[in-house]
Design a protein around this ligand. Structure first.
Ligand SMILES: Cc1cc2nc3c(=O)[nH]c(=O)nc-3n(C[C@H](O)[C@H](O)[C@H](O)COP(=O)(O)OP(=O)(O)OC[C@H]3O[C@@H](n4cnc5c(N)ncnc54)[C@H](O)[C@@H]3O)c2cc1C
Length: 94
């Protein structure tokens, strides 16, 4: 079984904090959302970040909203939002 290498896991509480953390850590850090792509690649040595910054719980990046310009889909929106009746009627491709 492939094991994950050691890394620091950071979970900023706001988008502002996430931006600061990512700026401070630079190329030693990588963002992670669900991790289905990141973790297997770390196990195989394709990604070698020392720090992972999770954006998964940031409220600012969640959800799907109708705006004047169109549909706004947050970076941390999950498939379950696409099942909401209101959104389904506005965007069948979701
Ligand atoms: C078993 C398996 C089955 C899969 N099946 C499918 C499938 O059927 N269809 C499909 O499309 N994909 C599939 N995938 C691929 C995977 O689901 C996608 O790559 C998905 O987009 C990963 O989402 P995540 O939230 O887990 O991303 P993560 O693994 O967390 O991140 C993916 C990449 O995006 C970057 N990233 C994450 N969040 C942000 C952000 N806010 N801003 C900038 N960069 C960011 C990360 O640094 C990383 O490089 C599968 C993967 C696995 C392991």
């Amino acid at each position: 079984m492939l094991r994950l290498p050691e890394f620091n896991y950071l979970r900023p509480r706001s988008l502002r904090e996430a931006i600061k953390v990512l700026g401070d850590l630079g190329s030693d850090a990588m963002v992670v959302a669900g991790g289905t792509d990141v973790y297997p690649k770390m196990k195989r040595g394709q990604f070698t970040p020392r720090h992972l910054v999770s954006l998964r719980t940031l409220r600012e990046l969640k959800g799907i909203r109708q705006t004047k310009e169109g549909l706004w889909i947050g970076d941390a929106a999950t498939a379950q939002y696409g099942h909401h009746r209101r959104q389904r009627s506005r965007g069948h491709s979701l």
